[in-house]
Ligand binder design. Structure first.
Ligand SMILES: O=C(O)CCC(=O)C(=O)O
Length: 322
């Protein structure tokens, strides 16, 4: 992993080299992992048949969402590639990307890795570290990038919602920028990561054309902040933003907000789902980024003599080669 980055893309270059159709699959999943993977495969095929070349799945698409579920659904991803016993989801996602000739941002799955801490504890789970991890695959089925959720979802709004991912999960430690050959760069982060504008700003200043967040907001914070966060990250960075949620399942312990959406660089919502299973599509075009940046030229007006440029300095990031 690098701790500094190449110079940001120069103004004027088209960050998205050609228009592309993006799809967010608002997937209904349940407790049966194999069934979830099979269902995801059908829906990815449907999205690709409709012409999408970048397809996004939701956070924890192969399991119910909740701290109690992470250990039992977790898969081993390293060393990469894992065997199909270690990670059926890795192989299913790779096949979905390859079969449909698409870029696939594979939502997220619980990952388990050997713990760096001593395994002498009597608690068997103390020998493992768990992450909430998103895998992105190329149209050949090759893994392009892996993002471990950096900001864990630890909140308590009395009487409404309490969630503490850090009871079970460990945080990732980098910004993830993925080059999609033929198109340009996207950034991938997961759900609560969207609340930290620094991460989005770093990715945007490194030349991404879109920020992609598999997420699973809930029925308390969803109506308050989901769309607002998507529009805010788009507005601040003059970039496309896609948020992909699971469908809402009122029989599950966690009620996802749904409302998967795509926002343009002027912060206009191009498409937004309701709460049930669906696929939302948007045609996105790099000219829209240039238009937004020409009209409101934030990129030339920044005052790094007054405040720091968060995209420079001690930034931990990972970027694949084109
Ligand atoms: O930020 C929020 O309100 C929700 C975040 C969340 O659900 C998550 O990180 O999975």
């Amino acid at each position: 992993m690098a701790t500094s980055a190449p110079a940001p893309t120069s103004p004027g270059a088209l960050l998205l080299k050609k228009p592309v159709k993006i799809a967010c699959i608002q997937l209904a999943s349940g407790a049966d992992k194999a069934a979830n993977l099979a269902h995801a495969r059908d829906k990815v095929r449907e999205a690709a048949s409709a012409g999408a070349k970048i397809v996004v799945l939701p956070e924890c698409f192969n399991s119910p969402y909740g701290c109690d579920f992470f250990p039992s659904y977790a898969e081993t991803l390293l060393p990469s590639p894992p065997t199909s016993e270690q990670s059926p989801s890795f192989h299913a996602l790779s096949a979905m990307a390859r079969e449909n000739n698409i870029y696939l941002v594979g939502g997220s799955i619980p990952e388990q890795a050997p713990s760096k801490a001593s395994s002498s504890s009597s608690n068997p789970d103390a020998s493992k570290t768990y992450y909430n991890t998103s895998l992105t695959f190329s149209p050949t089925g090759a893994l392009l990038a892996s993002h471990r959720k950096v900001h864990l979802f630890d909140i308590e709004i009395p009487g409404k919602i309490k969630f503490k991912e850090s009871d079970v999960l460990s945080p990732g430690n980098k910004v993830t920028i993925v080059t999609l050959p033929g198109y340009g760069k996207i950034a991938v982060a997961i759900c609560y990561d969207i609340r930290f504008p620094e991460l989005a700003m770093i990715a945007a200043r490194r030349g991404c054309f879109a920020l992609i967040y598999p997420g699973a907001f809930n029925t308390t914070t969803g109506p308050l902040h989901w769309r607002l966060q998507g529009q805010a990250r788009a507005m601040d960075n003059q970039i496309f933003v896609a948020l992909c949620s699971p469908a809402r399942d009122l029989s599950a312990g966690y009620h996802a907000w749904g409302h998967s959406l795509v926002v343009d660089p002027m912060a206009q919502v191009l498409v937004e789902a309701e709460e049930s299973e669906t696929i939302v599509y948007a045609e996105i075009d790099g000219e829209r980024i240039e238009e937004a940046r020409k009209g409101i030229p934030l990129r030339d007006q920044r005052r790094f003599d007054v405040y720091a440029d968060v995209s420079q300095g001690a930034v931990r990031f990972e970027e694949n080669e084109e």
